[in-house]
Design a protein around this ligand. Structure first.
Ligand SMILES: [Zn+2]
Length: 502
């Protein structure tokens, strides 16, 4: 071997080592996923079309994919203005949905304020499905994620969105959430109530960029110290070009002007708009260059936070552990690589007891049936005495009835009937846990099943109703919605943290 080939060989080895070290370093460095989303909603100010297009193209140029949540009316307006260039630019990113008409009265939380579960779901579907179909027709893709206009959140949206083929909830407000990170609720991945992990650079020029970088760095470093996580960043394309929101100009405090009286919002001076675009590009470049950062779309998040519990087989030991846990507290539980909601546990324990009642043995493995929570708050049955124990056969029949109801309706029952007496879902689960534990540890179900009080606590992650929760300028003055938040607490049966798989 000649001297220069030895040198070249050594150089090659050093290079390979350097690459290996870098790749290994990346593998062990905690990932920070950044979901950047744009509520694309201003169907009044035409300059918004160009702002949306320019943002989409800038990001494409930077190799970053964002999620554009498009309002149905905005999609129709783009189509009628012949803006296939805007549609084409946005389509290179993820396309989401952001309601049919956004701020036209009545807004979602207002029209659902007195609705129940099933009628509310049907009403949301009736009013909002056409916008999703229009986004689909105009953009050629099924919207992947949805988020509410303003703070017009309601739990009945979830089953209706699933019916529209939408798989993820992507927005920001305070109604429900776990520790400022992604979670499952209503049968969907949610990036919502991210608070400390919501980063947003202002678009006011001056110190905006420096402050935006500092704000992002704070969340980024805190997440890295905790082993990684997700940061949410949102904007509206119209923020680059307007002086006031299109809807605040027209629909504030419940205002309901006819279309021919809608006012066009003012526009920012060109120099300000240009500065905002420059700052934004610098902001994205800064974030992208940080070690461990990956910009992700809604679609990618659904893979990163895939719910592994759904495909998992649960065995005897799992069931025994869950049967014991629910006697103490009924809430979500974290395990290695997956999490279970209270409704997941409800379905597993019901399935286990139904099998035990039929075959006198547990099946080798059990699967979760994904269920929505109850549709109304439990009220005790009227008349008669309240038993403290139930005959075994009566209880087993009640469990079979629960299994049948759940299969037929896709949700938990509001109450469980043992003969002419009812149990709340929480008391049912605690009672069921105790009976299962007895059967699994002694080899047979006791002749009498003792009633046990259940402590359902997952609803502490749902906000209390208060006017401040509904602080959106479009709502009528003083608006709040106790019924919506009552249903939200019932749906906390479906709440659990999203576990990162990648
Ligand atoms: Zn919006």
């Amino acid at each position: 071997m000649q001297e220069n080939s030895v040198t070249r060989m050594l150089q090659l080895i050093v290079m390979i080592l350097a690459i290996t070290v870098r790749v290994a370093g990346q593998g062990s460095s905690p990932p920070v996923f950044v979901v950047l989303w744009f509520d694309t909603e201003d169907y009044i100010l035409p300059q918004d079309d160009d702002a949306a297009k320019r943002l989409a193209e800038t990001l494409t140029g930077l190799g970053v994919r964002a999620t554009f949540k498009v309002v149905g009316e905005k999609a129709r307006v783009l189509e009628s203005r012949g803006r296939s260039d805007v549609i084409g630019a946005l389509k290179r990113h993820d396309i989401g949905y952001h309601s049919n008409t956004h701020s036209q009265q009545p807004t979602i939380a207002v029209y659902l304020q007195n609705a129940g579960w099933e009628d509310g779901r049907a009403e949301f579907f009736r009013r909002e499905a056409q916008g999703a179909r229009d986004v689909q027709r105009i953009f050629g893709v099924t919207p992947v994620a949805y988020g509410q206009p303003g703070s017009a959140w309601a739990p009945q949206a979830y089953p209706a969105l699933r019916e529209m083929g939408i798989g993820m909830y992507l927005d920001e407000a305070d109604h429900v959430g776990i520790d400022d990170q992604p979670f499952y609720y209503g049968g969907m991945l949610n990036v919502f109530k991210m608070r400390s992990n919501l980063a947003r650079m202002e678009l006011r020029g001056g110190a905006s960029l420096a402050e935006g970088k500092a704000r992002f760095t704070k969340s980024y470093e805190a997440l890295r110290a905790k082993g990684g996580g997700t940061i949410s960043i949102y904007y509206h394309p119209n923020e680059w070009v307007h002086t006031q929101f299109w809807d605040a100009v027209n629909f504030s405090r419940g205002a309901n002007p006819p279309r021919d009286e809608w006012k066009v919002p003012g526009t920012r001076p060109t120099a300000e708009t240009e500065q905002a675009f420059r700052d934004f590009e610098q902001y994205v470049r800064f974030i992208k260059a940080l070690p461990g950062v990956r910009f992700v779309t809604a679609t990618e998040l659904m893979t990163i936070y895939e719910d592994r519990a759904v495909a998992r087989s649960f065995r005897r030991d799992d069931i025994l552990g869950l049967a014991r846990a629910v006697q103490e507290e009924i809430t979500f539980q974290r395990f290695d690589g997956y999490a279970l909601s209270a409704s997941d546990v409800f379905s597993l324990l019901t399935g286990a007891m139904a099998a035990l009642g039929e075959r006198h043995d547990l099946p080798g493995e059990l699967r979760i049936m994904r269920l929505d929570g109850p549709a109304r708050t439990y009220a005790p049955s009227v008349g008669g005495a309240r038993s403290s124990r139930y005959p075994r056969d009566a209880f087993v029949r009640a469990v079979r009835d629960v299994a049948e109801f759940s299969r037929a309706s896709g949700r938990m029952p509001d109450e469980v009937w043992v003969g002419s007496e009812s149990l709340s879902p929480a008391d049912y689960v605690a009672t069921l846990g105790q009976a299962l534990e007895a059967a699994m540890t002694t080899g047979k179900l006791p002749a009498e099943i003792e009633r046990r009080a259940g402590q359902f606590t997952a609803d502490r992650f749902v906000a209390e109703d208060a006017p401040a929760l509904w602080g959106w300028v479009i709502f009528p003055e003083g608006f709040h919605a106790p019924r919506i938040m009552e249903l939200a607490r019932l749906q906390a049966w479906t709440l659990k943290p999203a576990v990162r798989q990648r």
